[in-house]
Design a protein around this ligand. Structure first.
Ligand SMILES: [Zn+2]
Length: 151
């Protein structure tokens, strides 16, 4: 016996048992299948599991991805005592590292891939460049900039 989900021409859904996969077609052709709700013989098999899996296999049109907003950077509000530490860290990094300016991403990459001697560097990079470095497994971090330094 095979169970089919059936649907009539007016949309009533019901289930019917048949001897085999061909029995429905034979019975339907001979008006032996009727809708229990309205009695019509215009009944067909409703789309079942295979149709469902086809639907889920189809790529989603557009996933509900959150719209990327403008790039943000982490910010902190700190009391002067901590600002002092940040200033010291920054000064220490600058003292022990080479300033490479706009070539930062390029230099970081060369150091990471051992194309030049390992050393600390600092310089300018866009958020895109930092994202690319990050994707390559090259970890860099933004030097903290204190508000008064921006002037
Ligand atoms: Zn019906």
């Amino acid at each position: 016996m095979i169970k089919y989900s059936l649907i009539c021409e007016t949309g009533h859904e019901f289930e019917g048992w048949f001897q085999n996969s061909g029995a429905f077609d034979v019975q339907s052709a001979n008006d032996l299948v009727s809708c229990p709700s309205c009695g019509t013989h215009h009944v067909q098999k409703a789309l079942m599991a295979p149709a469902v899996s086809m639907r889920s296999a189809r790529p989603d049109p557009i996933p509900n991805r959150p719209t990327p907003g403008p790039a943000t950077m982490t910010h902190a509000y700190v009391p002067p005592s901590i600002a002092d530490i940040i200033q010291k860290i920054r000064a220490e990094v600058e003292k022990r590292s080479e300033y490479v300016g706009q070539k930062f991403a390029e230099e970081a990459r060369r150091i990471h891939y051992a194309e030049c001697p390992e050393r600390g560097i600092y310089g300018e990079a866009t958020s895109d460049e930092v994202a690319e470095l990050d994707a390559e497994g090259i970890q860099v971090f933004a030097l903290p900039v204190l508000p008064e330094e921006r002037n």
